[in-house]
Design a protein around this ligand. Structure first.
Ligand code: PEP
Length: 256
């Protein structure tokens, strides 16, 4: 049975004070809840503060990016080991803003995936198509390319520390959410891809999250789809009440 995940991607938002307050409020809400998994991904400078605030709760810490090299002359980059030092269990890789704003390729992303998994850091690997790709009926081709590229060289064993996030780019930060049918169809494709390219067990046990304008009022419907195992949330993860509403939806769906 796959546990539902509610992961908050704070992007380049919050300041020290608001990050601490948000983490504290969510830790108080979640406490030791174990029916779902909650992950907070604040900006790098606030990782240690957020870690302190969530300690004692079941919430896990994640980062929004990393570099594939372990150390050296890579000004401005952050290694996997550094993230682990701050208490991270997860790192988001391949987010559409990294792909489309920073120009990361599947090859770049794959190097990071390999580096993270090698050191035991869990990876939330984001995949998703642009609007024009969906309109040209290319969604599955894009997903296939990004899955193949991002997971190059990763074994079925390595996959146990990976979560996939399907994030259609046209739904991210736009207020336009994929319909439950659109989300389920993409998730079903991804699970079948995992089954074909790995094996049925790996595909069955892997969590596939939906991301793209998830809100408290659409979270339960999305997470009730057979192949949707939770949500990666941007904007609505920045307020304790809205992310709290998404957490409540996940708990409610997971408890049936
Ligand atoms: C995201 O950035 O991963 C995301 C899904 O953003 P939003 O929820 O704001 O659409």
């Amino acid at each position: 049975m796959r546990k539902l995940v509610a992961a908050g991607n704070w992007k380049m938002n919050t300041d020290l004070k608001s990050a601490a307050a948000l983490a504290e409020a969510l830790a108080q809400k979640v406490q030791q809840e174990s029916s779902i998994e909650v992950v907070l991904c604040p900006p790098f400078p606030y990782l240690t503060t957020v870690k302190e605030k969530i300690s004692g709760s079941s919430i896990k810490l994640g980062a929004q990016n990393c570099y594939h090299e372990a150390e050296g002359a890579f000004t401005g980059e952050t290694s996997v080991g550094m993230l682990q030092d701050t208490g991270c269990d997860w790192v988001i890789l391949g987010h559409s803003e990294r792909r489309h704003v920073m120009g990361e390729t599947d090859e770049d992303i794959n190097k990071k995936v390999v580096a993270a998994l090698d050191k035991g850091l869990g990876v939330i690997l984001c995949v998703g198509e642009l609007l024009e790709e969906r309109q040209a009926d290319k969604t599955n081709d894009v997903l296939e390319t990004q899955m193949k590229g991002g997971l190059q060289g990763i074994s079925a064993e390595g996959l146990k520390n990976v979560i996939i996030a399907y994030e259609p780019v046209w739904a991210i930060g736009t207020g336009v959410t994929a319909t439950t049918e659109e989300a389920e169809s993409a998730h079903d494709f991804l699970r079948k891809w995992l089954s074909t390219n790995y094996n049925a067990d790996a595909a069955e046990s892997m969590q596939i999250l939906y991301g793209g304008s998830v809100k408290p009022d659409n979270a339960a419907d999305l997470m009730s789809q057979p192949n949707v195992d939770g949500a990666l949330v941007g904007g609505a993860s920045l307020k304790a009440d809205s992310f709290g509403g998404i957490i409540d939806a996940a708990i409610q769906v997971s408890k049936g």
